[in-house]
Design a protein around this ligand. Structure first.
Ligand SMILES: Cc1ncc(COP(=O)(O)O)c(C=O)c1O
Ligand SMILES: N[C@H](C=O)CCC(=O)O
Length: 435
């Protein structure tokens, strides 16, 4: 009996499934979730003292690696002045200025505590601003666990093979139109049929919750064009991609060059540097529709928490162009090595990429994954033996084939070599998997 097993057995008597977020439960890969007690740089250590190269990075926030000295120092300094004031602080504006400096389309910003709160508020704001009721989302895109966006939601729902969530009323579900990803014709058709009722289209800037999917050439630009033409808003969910795929997120790699800007952005993960902070921001006239200036209500006891703000400011300050260069280069190296190892064992696969984000899909061949149907049609059964082989070799991957792999600026040669050495055995395990 390992410490993780003992801790998991105890947790199961205290919490549903023994976890506080479903993907942590190893439901798709089986076995005992590792209980973690320490994380530094590219490594994470479990309760049994086993150290792993971490390719989860807290599901994205640890862009700089774990326990970055600048972030820890900023947090310690903030803690010395108190944990929470329930009042405005200078650090909120410092973080907002850093965001605006990177993403000029963010004219005003509202801090919240989780990505879910950011997207939930963006949806309410879009409805309030436009006076319309329908929201368009794409199958396989995950935007957090708000009722209206849980249909065909990817992430943990994909992992558990759930089409949506119980507890969402039919009336709420009916106000969400779910369309296939990467299909602009379907978007045009939805607007032709319901254009005067659609408040917003929400999309992951680059989907990473059905595995990674590359937005097709012109797809995001097309969403911007169509929504603008119909007086609807485009909500660009950068909770996962924001400040990770580049200094200005995925928009910085696409919209900035193509000359379009979404009406609203949502951010999470990296913006809080590992503490619970997220945000929504965008057009001034839309954002100022929020209370106290406007009629759309939103609030939060811990919003703009001073310790979280300090972590966010320190993280964005330390995330210089050289950090992005490292993450981009490591991502290319690792996805190439992954593909080489799988090909050597004759495993049909595609490495799915969007900026520096990537994931693997099995049995998808030359076609790859372009939407949720493709993602669900893959040979999911090959991932569990692949995952456990990597885990046994000291590499901690996301415990679901539908999640992205995350690197950091701290993934040095030693960490990368450990991953490279683990790949051949894992590829062999994937090759011999049976459904
Ligand atoms: C694209 C995207 N949007 C929203 C969310 C929700 O964020 P949170 O888990 O902080 O509520 C997530 C991840 O969880 C995400 O990946
Ligand atoms: N896919 C999710 C976020 O990006 C995984 C994190 C979670 O829900 O626990």
């Amino acid at each position: 009996m390992t410490s993780s097993q003992e801790l998991f057995d105890r947790a199961k008597t205290l919490m549903p499934g023994g976890v506080n977020s479903p993907v942590r439960a190893f439901g798709q890969v089986g076995g005992t979730p590792r209980f973690m007690v320490d994380a530094k740089g590219p490594y994470i250590t479990d309760a049994d003292g086993r150290e792993y190269v971490d390719l989860v990075c807290s599901w994205g926030p640890a862009l700089l690696g774990h326990s970055h000295p600048d972030v820890l120092a900023a947090v310690h300094a903030a803690v010395d002045h108190g944990l929470s004031f329930g009042a405005s602080t200078p650090a909120e504006s410092e973080l907002a200025m850093l965001v605006k400096g990177r993403v000029p389309g963010v004219e005003h910003l509202r801090m919240v505590s989780t990505g879910t709160e950011a997207t939930m508020t963006a949806v309410r704001l879009a409805r309030g601003y436009t006076g319309r009721d329908l929201i368009v989302k794409f199958a396989g895109c995950y935007h957090g666990h708000l009722d209206s966006l849980l249909a065909a939601a990817g992430s943990g729902l994909a992992t558990l093979a759930l089409p949506g969530s119980a507890g969402v009323t039919a009336a709420t579900a009916a106000q969400t139109l779910v369309l296939p990803y990467n299909d602009l014709a379907a978007v045009e058709a939805a607007f032709a049929a319901h254009g005067e009722r659609i408040a917003a289209v929400i999309t992951e800037a680059a989907p990473a919750n059905m595995g990674v999917v590359t937005p097709g050439e012109g797809f995001n630009a097309g969403l911007s064009r169509i929504t603008t033409a119909h007086g609807a808003l485009l909500i660009f969910d950068e909770v996962l991609t924001g400040f990770r795929t580049g200094p200005a997120g995925y928009w910085g790699l696409t919209g900035a060059e193509e000359g379009w800007t979404p009406d609203l952005f949502t951010f999470g993960k990296v913006i809080g540097g590992g503490l619970p902070t997220a945000a929504l921001g965008g057009r001034l006239d839309v954002m100022d529709y929020l209370a106290p200036l406007g009629p759309v209500y939103q609030a939060g006891t811990l919003s703009g928490n001073p310790v979280a703000m300090a972590a966010g400011v320190a993280t964005l300050t330390a995330a210089t162009s050289s950090v992005y260069e490292i993450v981009d280069a490591r991502s290319l190296e690792l996805s190439a090595a992954l593909s080489t190892a799988l090909a050597a064992e004759g495993v049909d696969h595609s490495v799915q990429r969007a900026g520096n984000l990537f994931s693997v899909a099995f049995g998808t061949g030359a076609h790859g994954v372009h939407n949720y149907d493709d993602a669900q049609a893959q040979e999911v059964f090959r991932y569990a033996p692949f995952f456990h082989s990597m885990l046994d070799s000291g590499v901690y991957l996301p415990p679901s084939v539908f999640e992205a792999w995350f690197l950091s600026g701290a993934h040095d040669d030693a960490a990368m070599n450990r991953i490279f050495e683990a790949l051949p055995a894992a590829a062999k395990a994937a090759a011999s998997a049976t459904s």
